[in-house]
Write a protein that binds this ligand. Structure first.
Ligand SMILES: *Cc1c(COP(=O)(O)O)cnc(C)c1O
Length: 815
């Protein structure tokens, strides 16, 4: 089987990135030249790389639009149950290459661009990331959109088109300084919504982005709302001063979609954020209801809401869009005049809620006072939901006042607040965590009272990642190598990677896998020397010769301490900035050391984002997933690394547990406390000093930092960091230190045996199939949304030019 193919042979044989084909290439070249000429009004003499990028983007888009219209026509004709994924974040990254891959155009485009004498990588690098997310939660939404389209679900992503997405991170002298960034988009049509306080009306303008499935002619829609002040906005009083005021006021309305809050896993409680949450909810529900009412007989043809949950499923990505629950109740009761009980039954059967964290500082608890001024009717509805809920609970547990207090939607201590997670649980028919261990934890801890009452409501849906972006796109060498030995079907059915186990002892295959990883070894050095908040990468220049040495050992401990730190960064920027400074300070010492510096580099990757992750992950040998057990809900970075042939050193937390289950615990470097151990330590009381005193190496690390070794000019610089570690470290970092070091020693040993290492890599790749977001979405589809994934291919548009016929235009109007 695995006799290595020449590159020439591979190109011919492998079509997972599309068939090259003479006609395909000719057509793309033609389209490219046409767009350069007619759309961009440039010729080859004056065109910039930017123009070439846009010419290619327009060419690829031509292949998308016919399929997009066809798909929406098809949904209109067939009227399947629609799935709505509501999220305050969609962390999409770049779209050009992803579109080429999913349409099967990548190889043909590569060839066309090559024949035109241009460099595809240069063009791809022109594109800015769409950074409308902070991290895992937003990236999950993006992977889910890809899988929903690939599985042929009539699905929509709904969110906000922030003018400013996540900031571009800049590091100067080791300190973080922030810059901003602008995303892009197309298309209009608006919905009105009211906020009580100022009685301002804000319009929501939709911007649609096509979401192509993988090679199935399906193109779904992500609809992001932008806030617009109405034209007649406040223009009532006509003296000049008022006029200026009124025009300035437009900005207040339009501020709603101005900026993404950069808080990952942290609830800030800002009024503007609440407005954003209601803004997306109000606009989206109006759109959903309008689409529900529209049948082939026309707009408004469906008048009964009895069948609503059979036609509409709404998934809440965390509690951020939780106001959708009282908003749907408001629409049903106040506007559609349904009685309360019917409305509540329909609402519950429509919504499902995904919890993403158990960290208390992340849970949304909006002050009643704020809701009172901004959304008084919704507050009334929430009170009424709470009243019926508490009435039922009282009849069940008449004695247990404490339980009633815990289960109330309204928290009383420290000012009244609405617990949004509780609202989501009551208003949904399904509640899920994002990895098995996390789902177990929410049932036994934060939501215990609720799961005791309705155990069947609680489910698990282990997260996943799309293998299109996170393998085909980012690691073509590995993707094609795998296709060469097990065929191409694995791209749509990642569980087929299991077949690689047949080759785990095949010398040629081991050599090929090792070679593919090596290709990226050179790429590593193309990335400028930088790192992210969450990722410290240390590269060993010549790892096979540089294992021993006291300074190296100490360094590894420093890495551990530093690697553990960023988890604490959420609440304030101060600690985050200090930790980044510490990493770069260690880097300055290490990288400039005459002995160590030539063997080892500490690199802080600046401005970590999707497009950078696509470069770093395939180049990584060891993935550190070292959260204290019980604190990371799932993680998805861990899955990307596993699929791309990195081995994992990690704790039994989040999805690591299932990765170990799939690959066998002996094929990961598992260390540290289990959830039970952490609970036991909590009971006993964690004292960092105990570990500091007990462990000489840990003492050495901490003393180096405190002594000012990494910052002689200002020895106390890192006092806040060390104080945190010694005095109020909620993550008990020192407790796992010893075991981490031991696990690293095992890593070192195996790394000296390249063949054994690669065998373990193959076993990990073979076991990573479970972590496809296709699997996750199939599970949501069947067990939460009540829809079936289909293999059905929507017929391709016959010719792009014919695609916009009368029916298509009509269907598009109804979209
Ligand atoms: C996958 C991904 C994340 C989430 O990674 P975790 O390790 O699970 O936190 C965050 N940011 C980017 C850019 C990603 O691609």
């Amino acid at each position: 089987m695995a006799t290595p193919l020449t590159d020439q042979e591979k190109r011919k044989q492998i079509s997972i990135r599309g068939i090259v084909g003479v006609e395909n290439v000719a057509e793309i070249k033609k389209g490219f030249n046409r767009h350069l000429h007619f759309t961009l009004v440039k010729d080859r003499n004056i065109a910039t790389p930017r123009d070439y990028y846009f010419a290619l983007a327009h060419t690829v888009r031509d292949h998308l639009v016919g399929r997009w219209i066809r798909t929406q026509q098809y949904y209109y004709e067939v009227d399947p149950k629609r799935v709505y994924y509501l999220s305050l974040e969609f962390y999409m990254g770049r779209t050009l290459q992803n579109t080429m891959i999913n349409l099967g155009l990548q190889n043909a485009c590569d060839e066309a661009i090559y024949q035109l004498g241009l460099d595809m990588e240069d063009l791809e690098e022109m594109e800015e990331d769409a950074g409308l997310g902070n991290g895992g939660l937003g990236r999950l939404a993006a992977c889910f959109l890809d899988s929903m389209a690939t599985l042929g679900l009539a699905a929509y992503g709904y969110g906000i088109r922030y003018e400013y997405g996540i900031f571009n991170q800049k590091i100067r002298d080791g300190w973080q300084v922030n810059n901003t960034t602008r995303p892009l988009g197309l298309a209009p049509k608006t919905f009105r919504q009211k906020f009580k306080k100022t009685s301002t009306v804000v319009l929501a303008m939709p911007y649609d982005t096509p979401i192509p499935g993988f090679m199935n002619n399906t193109v779904n829609t992500m609809r992001l709302w932008s806030a617009k002040a109405p034209n007649d906005f406040n223009l009532r009083d006509f003296n000049v001063g008022d006029y200026i005021e009124a025009v300035l006021d437009r900005n207040l309305a339009e501020n709603i979609s101005r900026v993404l809050y950069p808080n990952d896993n942290f609830f800030e409680g800002k009024e503007l954020r609440l407005k954003q949450e209601y803004f997306v909810v109000a606009a989206t529900l109006q759109d959903i209801i309008r689409r529900f009412k529209t049948t082939k007989k026309g707009a408004g043809a469906r008048t009964s809401f009895q069948g609503f949950p059979e036609k509409v499923a709404i998934q809440l990505n965390d509690t951020h869009p939780a106001m959708a629950i009282p908003e749907l109740m408001r629409i049903f009761v106040d506007i559609e005049k349904l009685d309360w009980d019917t409305a509540w039954d329909l609402t519950k059967r429509t919504f499902a809620y995904t919890n993403h964290t158990v960290l208390p500082e992340a849970l949304e608890r909006w002050p009643v006072e704020l809701l009172e001024t901004l959304l008084p009717r919704h507050l009334q509805i929430i009170y009424r939901i709470n009243q019926s809920h508490l009435d039922v609970r009282t009849s069940l547990f008449p004695e247990d006042m404490d339980r009633l207090r815990r289960m109330s939607l309204i928290e009383e201590d420290g000012g009244k607040r609405v617990n949004m997670a509780h609202l989501c649980i009551l208003g949904s028919h399904a509640v899920n965590g994002v990895a098995q261990i996390h789902s177990d934890i929410i049932k036994t801890s934060v939501f215990r009272d609720f799961s005791e009452l309705e155990p069947d409501k609680f489910q698990n849906k282990t997260n996943g990642i799309t293998p299109r972006r996170w393998l085909l796109l980012c690691n073509p060498g590995l993707a094609e190598l795998i296709a060469a030995v097990i065929g191409e079907d694995y791209v749509k059915d990642l569980s087929q990677l299991k077949k690689l186990m047949l080759l785990v002892d095949n010398e040629a295959f081991i050599r090929d896998v090792s070679k593919v990883k090596q290709q990226f070894f050179t790429l590593k050095y193309k990335i400028n020397l930088k790192i992210s908040l969450r990722q410290l990468i240390y590269y060993e220049v010549n790892p096979r010769r540089a294992r021993a040495g006291q300074s190296k050992t100490i360094l590894r401990f420093i890495f551990y301490v530093i690697l553990c730190l960023p988890l604490q960064a959420a609440p304030g920027y101060h600690m985050a900035k200090m930790i980044i400074k510490l990493i770069t300070a260690v880097g300055d010492v290490v990288n400039n050391d005459p002995v160590v510096g030539s063997k080892l580099k500490v690199i802080y990757l600046e401005n970590y984002r999707v497009s950078l992750a696509e470069k770093v992950i395939p180049a990584t040998d060891l993935s550190e997933q070292i959260s204290t057990a019980g604190t990371e809900a799932s993680g998805t970075g861990n899955m990307k690394f596993m699929l791309n042939g990195a081995l994992t050193i990690g704790t039994m937390d989040g999805a690591n547990v299932e990765m170990a289950e799939e690959a066998g615990e002996e094929n990961l470097f598992i260390f540290g406390m289990r959830v039970e151990d952490v609970a036991a330590l909590d009971l006993k009381g964690y004292d960092a000093m105990v570990y500091y005193k007990r462990n000489p190496e840990l003492r050495c690390v901490m003393d180096l930092i405190t002594s000012g070794y990494f910052n002689p000019k200002n020895p106390d610089l890192f006092k806040d960091v060390t104080d945190m570690l010694f005095k109020y470290d909620r993550f008990k970092v020192f407790a796992d230190f010893d075991d981490y070091v031991k696990a690293q020693e095992k890593v070192s040993k195996l790394y000296q045996k390249p063949k054994e290492w690669t065998k373990m890599v193959i076993k990990n790749i073979a076991a990573s199939g479970k972590f496809s977001s296709d699997r996750t979405i199939s599970d949501y589809a069947r067990e939460v949304w009540g829809v079936e994934p289909t293999d059905l291919k929507i017929p391709p548009p016959s010719e792009p030019r014919e695609a916009i016929d009368e029916t298509a235009a009509r269907a598009l109007n109804k979209m």
